[in-house]
Write a protein that binds this ligand. Structure first.
Ligand code: CA
Length: 235
């Protein structure tokens, strides 16, 4: 007898957290039309519970929520070592919140109003990245990255990374010694084929550098002024 896994098991699961019911409903319909399995909640506390119970492939998280807001949900999840990719939704003008979100470990953000096609592309990219294992041990100096377990170590000590930081580090470690420009990084790590006109890459590189290089005599992640970034042992 052949047992076949039900189709729904292989569907990509997305949690949508948005208190504006109309917006939540639009997002749900758009993602369902693309065959994602979608759960919606209008409440931050409820979002936290659901994310703890279910391994989602990605979370679409609005910043402005009553009670526990999106940034609160994000911080709690990351504190709990939950590294589900998170796409933050922010209202126009919430620039500080956006930066705070990226610093707290969000993987991407989208400013309202957005095109549904854009949302779908971002969600698909996050979910795909999360599901992509390429088991290789990468090494630059005393820094290693196990792409099967997604564990980074420097001098034997584990470096904790968010999903996007991991993607950035993996990309830089796959091209050691080569200067990577911001646009190339946006394309390879964020799947952007345009310049969103933000300092997204700089923010992430800075954070990654703090995690990798602070407390070590040799710096590995270097800025090449006007050109981009490079990972190498020499200064
Ligand atoms: Ca909202």
């Amino acid at each position: 007898m052949t047992l076949r896994a039900p189709v729904y098991k292989s569907r990509v699961r997305i949690l949508v957290v948005e208190d504006e019911k109309k917006t939540a409903s639009f997002i749900r319909q758009a993602l369902q039309a693309e065959h994602f399995a979608v759960e919606v909640t209008h409440d931050g506390g409820e979002a936290l519970l659901r994310a703890q119970q279910t391994p989602f492939d990605a979370i679409v998280l609005d910043i402005m929520l009553p009670g526990l807001d999106g940034l609160g949900v994000l911080r709690k999840l990351r504190e709990q070592r939950n590294q589900t990719p998170i796409l933050l939704l922010s209202a126009r003008g919430e620039v500080n919140e956006r930066v705070a979100g990226l610093n707290a470990g969000a993987d991407d953000y989208l400013a309202k109003p957005f095109a549904l096609a854009e949302l779908i592309a971002r969600v698909r990219s996050l979910a795909r990245r999360a599901a992509e294992p390429k088991p290789v041990l990468l090494r630059v100096g005393d820094l290693t990255l196990d792409t099967a377990t997604r564990r980074a170590q420097r001098g034997g000590a584990t470096v904790e990374l968010t999903t996007r930081e991991y993607r950035l580090l993996e990309y830089l470690m796959r091209t050691p010694g080569r200067i990577c420009g911001r646009l190339t990084i946006l394309e390879k790590v964020w799947d952007y084929n345009f310049d969103p006109g933000t300092n997204l890459v700089d923010v992430y590189v800075k954070r990654l550098r703090e995690k990798l290089d602070v407390g070590h005599a040799t710096r590995l992640l270097h800025t090449v002024r006007g050109a981009g970034y490079v990972l190498r042992e020499e200064p």
